[in-house]
Each structure stands twice: as structure tokens, then as C-alpha cells.
Ligand binder design. Sequence first.
Ligand SMILES: CC(C)(COP(=O)(O)OP(=O)(O)OC[C@H]1O[C@@H](n2cnc3c(N)ncnc32)[C@H](O)[C@@H]1OP(=O)(O)O)[C@@H](O)C(=O)NCCC(=O)NCCS
Length: 466
Amino acid sequence: MSALAFRSVLRQSRASTFSRSARFASSSAKQTTLKERVAELIPVELEKVKAVRAEHGSKAFGPVLVDQLYGGMRGLPALIWDGSVLDAEEGIRFRGKTIPEIQDALPKAPGGSEPLPEGLFWLLVTGEIPTQEQVDALSKDWAARAAIPEFVEELLDRCPPTLHPMSQFSLAVTALNHDSNFAKAYQQGINKKEYWGPVFEDCMDLIAKLPNIAGRIYRNVYGRGKLPAIDPTKDYSWNLTNLLGFAENPAIVELMRLYITIHSDHEGGNVSAHTGKLVGSALSDPFLAFGAALNGLAGPLHGLANQEVLTWLLKMQKAIGENASDEAVREYVWSTLKGGQVVPGYGHAVLRKTDPRYTAQREFALKHLGDDPLFKLVGQVYSIVPDVLLQAGKAKNPWPNVDAHSGVLLNYYGLSEMQFYTVLFGVSRAFGVAAQLIWDRALGAPLERPKSYSTEAIAKIFKNKQ
Ligand SMILES: CC(C)(COP(=O)(O)OP(=O)(O)OC[C@H]1O[C@@H](n2cnc3c(N)ncnc32)[C@H](O)[C@@H]1OP(=O)(O)O)[C@@H](O)C(=O)NCCC(=O)NCCS
């Protein structure tokens, strides 16, 4: 397809988006559901991909350095995902929108000021801002799908409380594959053009069931009594917070809305997002794919860092006391580095500035936390760690990431069990992984299978080259 034809496809897509927005604006018109909207967008997106591949498919896209093969593929252009893009200097944009822009544009709960994650999911999947009615319909739909099978409840109830909450989470999510629409449809010989339909249903079920799984793990592990029922008149984050036992405080419900929104997606290359996509590419159903993604999120260099940050801060507070001097904090940071450990919550594989997800949480804390001693310590650490990491001379990014702040906020509202924090990150990350799985199956993404080389082969290939 020529450049002219591609531009015409883009124009058609924008025009269809515009006419859709116009339709949304009319209160009397029937509100499109998310699934109907995806069905409308699929042919447009297929044409876009076809056009780019026809015009640019045989062109080289950046050099690959041997160091990138050994260095965890940093910066290697290798994946396509339209839902979110991470800029090293600016941070994340969800479908082109910064965090402050989505905080402004997405529908809110009555009386609330943080975006509803339901709206973020709609945005990730379609690239469009949903109406309040569409977001409310998603809340209702997820509430209706929220129950988990009895055998999954029993599975969780039998886990010893000493089993890490993330292992329990991954177990339960994997077990949901028992009722996968996609796995069943595949066994019945579904046409590959129709894969996205049952995958969409599985993704909606997956997101909907996570609060019941997370709530059950929390109550079992920390002895917090019986789970209440889902309230179908309330939004997703209210229900999640209520299942954990904290919904009587509207401030933590608002925090949960912000938390789920900003942790949802961080482009396609991070460990959890990429694992979900990779496993999904084998046509494993969304429960199997997301179970695998959770196992990656459970690593301390990835999602577990939010648990590690609070552990580290509390250890520091114990060692040097409350209201410690900058000098004492600096010494403590150096002792962490000299002990061959990382400073959790600092550094990033892509970002080279303060993570805007950290900033969004700091702004929330400034509004709600007052002079909480741990919040003060987080601010003090922020004024000291980047300097120390720069002096140490190793980390490419000395600035804080998302995990540097989240634990202190949850702890302030009484959710003080650090080992549980990554489960909440996981609930949120399901939104991004699910959006990607829907589009991968809709666009016919192939099995992922990069090529690996032996060190001997690399040495041979470059033997006679300068
Ligand atoms: C996120 C992280 C894994 C990125 O890793 P990366 O892309 O390899 O980062 P860099 O290229 O900057 O790493 C270069 C060196 O600096 C070190 N470094 C990076 N961040 C560091 C930190 N916060 N504290 C101490 N050392 C750090 C690395 O361990 C590496 O050391 P090595 O050469 O001895 O292996 C890393 O910054 C880190 O471990 N941070 C702490 C954990 C964390 O907060 N994870 C959540 C990320 S959202």
C-alpha cells in the first residue's frame, strides 16, 4: 500500500473515531459497548498494520549491538504495542496521554477526583475516552463476572499463610483457565479470525475476578475474617478496597483508583507485559498468559520492589531513628550499596528522569498524608539517593520509580502488610496485559520466537571484522 493509501486509512480511522465521539455526545443514542467498539476498530487497525508492513516491512530498524544480546536486550526494537509508550525523559503516555491528562480526562466516581480504572481500560483498548455511562456499564459488567469458582476458593483456603501472596495469586489466576472461553473455543476448532472474541471474554472475566482473589488472599493470610459480597452498584476500585476491608475510608478508595490506573501498563517491553504477550503468542489462554506475567512481576527487580521499598525504609528508620539527619540517611544509603544491594525504588531500565507515576503518588500524598513520618522519610530519601547513586557511578538512572512511593501510601491507610503490595500491582497490570492480548489475537500476532546465538558463534561471526 502506498503512503497515500496509508494516509487515507488513517483519515478513515480518525473520521470513524470522530463520528463515534459525536454519537457518544448524543445522550439519546445507544451507548456502544467495549466489545462492539473493538469489533468496529479491528478492520481499521488491520489495514493500518498492513499498510505499514507493505511500505516499511523490508526496511532495517536500527542496528543491533552484540552488547544488547548479552545485556538483557536493553533498547532493542522488538515489539509493537499501541496502548502505552514510555519516553526515557517524559515517562509513560497511555494512548498518547500523560498521567495528568488522563487524571483530567477520564470519568470519575461521584464526588471523586481520581480517574476510574474502568475508563483507563477503555482507553487502552480503543484509544478513546469513554463516556460516564460506558464506564458505569463496565463497572456493572465486571461486578457481574466477579465470582470465582468454588475450587479456586478452596485452593486459596488450603495455601499455607507462609506461601507468598504473589505465589497464591499466580496459582489462582492460572487455575481460572479451567473455565477459559478461548481454550474451549480452540478445542472446538474456532477460526483464527475469531480468536479475539473469546479472548476478549476471558480478559473481561480475568479483570473482574481479581478483586475476589486478592481479597481472599489478604483475608486468609492476615486473618481478616470473611470476604463481603461484591456490590454491583459500586465501581471496581471501591469493591476491591471493600474486599480488603478498607472501603469505609473514601480516601483509600480514591488512592486505589489512582493506583490501579497508573500501574496498569508501562509499554510492552517490561517483564510482566512482555511475559503476558509472549505466553499469549503460543495461544495459551489469557489466564495462563497472565499467570506467567504475575510470576515475572513477583521478582524484586520488577513489581516486588514496592514491597522491598517499605521493608528498606522501615529497616532504615529502625537503624537511624525517626527524624534522622540527612547525613545519617546518606550513610544508610551508602551502606546498602556497599553491602552489594540495590536501593529499591530507584533506577529504571528505560526512564532517565523521575517517574511521573512517582510524582502522581507524591501529589496525592501531599494532599492527604500531612506530616506522616514515613512520607517525610520518602521525601528526604528523594533528596539524597540520586546524588549517592550518581557518585557511586553505576546506575544509568538515579531517579525514583513508581515503587518508591506506593508502599508508604498504602501503609498510611492501614494496609501495612508489605508482602501483599505486589498483588495490588498485579491487579492493575492485568489491565495492560489484557488490552494487549485482545489486540494481539485481533491482529493475528504470530508466535514469538527470537533467535539465540552461542558465544562461540558470535566470536566466529566477528572474527575477521573490525
Ligand atoms: C530497575 C533496574 C532493575 C534497572 O536495571 P538496569 O536497566 O540494569 O539498570 P542500569 O543499566 O542503570 O544498571 C547498571 C548498574 O547499576 C546498578 N543499579 C541500577 N539501579 C540501582 C539501584 N537502584 N541501586 C543500586 N544499584 C543500581 C545495577 O544493579 C547495575 O549494576 P551492575 O553493573 O553491577 O550489574 C535497577 O535500576 C534496579 O535494580 N533498581 C532497584 C529495583 C527497583 O526499584 N525495581 C523496580 C523498577 S520499576
